[in-house]
Design a protein around this ligand. Structure first.
Ligand SMILES: CC(C)(COP(=O)(O)OP(=O)(O)OC[C@H]1O[C@@H](n2cnc3c(N)ncnc32)[C@H](O)[C@@H]1OP(=O)(O)O)[C@@H](O)C(=O)NCCC(=O)NCCS
Length: 182
């Protein structure tokens, strides 16, 4: 069952709290870790790059109530396992395009000690269900690096299918996996 609070969501084992300004240090631990960033930006961020990404996250988090980037904690012991996001596509750029077109984007990124425990699957299932509660979200996309086999598996398990992807010049290779909600 989905519990919806103003800024907190909860699935079976995890709690999701929207990032606020004071969470930069937590995010930075992710952004500066190569193992985590390998399939996201292809390299670990330096402090300046982490700040730039954080500004985009804060843009997304101030655009729409409840949607955004969440710090994800394990209910059992309150450990931070990583981050998750459900945003209207393009929110990080301040764009309203995703909202107008009914397209949301799901994402997840966990600290390595929490990999292979089914958490990213739980996150994706849960945020996809959560997306269904929004009348204006018609589709959700997960955008992944083609070599990210674990992510591919997660999205496929959750009902997402490969969608033709336009490769933007100068950007990391990507594949779009989509699910139609309405
Ligand atoms: C990708 C990531 C989110 C996976 O999280 P996770 O909690 O370990 O994933 P889960 O345990 O829910 O599920 C992983 C699934 O992929 C499978 N898998 C893992 N590695 C795999 C590989 N190399 N090839 C094929 N399948 C793989 C697992 O067996 C599991 O499937 P199963 O449940 O059918 O056995 C995690 O490794 C991570 O945070 N990586 C760094 C950031 C990142 O890449 N984020 C995604 C950006 S799109």
């Amino acid at each position: 069952m989905i519990k919806i609070h103003a800024t907190r969501l909860q699935s079976l084992q995890l709690i999701y709290t929207l990032y606020t300004d004071s969470d930069f240090e937590e995010y930075k631990r992710q952004a500066m870790d190569y193992e985590i960033m390998k399939y996201i930006s292809g390299k670990a961020c330096n402090e300046e790059e982490a700040k730039q990404k954080w500004e985009m996250i804060m843009t997304a988090n101030t655009m729409h109530n409840v949607l955004g980037y969440y710090s994800v904690r394990r209910i059992e012991d309150n450990e931070v396992v990583g981050l998750a996001k459900l945003v209207y596509h393009g929110s990080e750029r301040g764009s309203l395009e995703g909202k107008e077109n009914g397209l949301a984007e799901v994402g997840y990124s966990l600290f390595p000690e929490f990999w292979d425990k089914g958490y990213a699957t739980e996150i994706t299932e849960y945020l996809t269900e959560f997306a269904k509660t929004f009348d204006d979200i018609k589709e959700v996309v997960g955008i992944i690096h083609p070599d990210n086999a674990a992510s591919k598996r997660i999205l496929t398990k959750c009902g997402y299918t490969l969608f033709p992807t336009i490769q933007e010049e100068g950007k990391q290779p990507s594949e779009w996996y989509k699910i139609k909600l309405k």
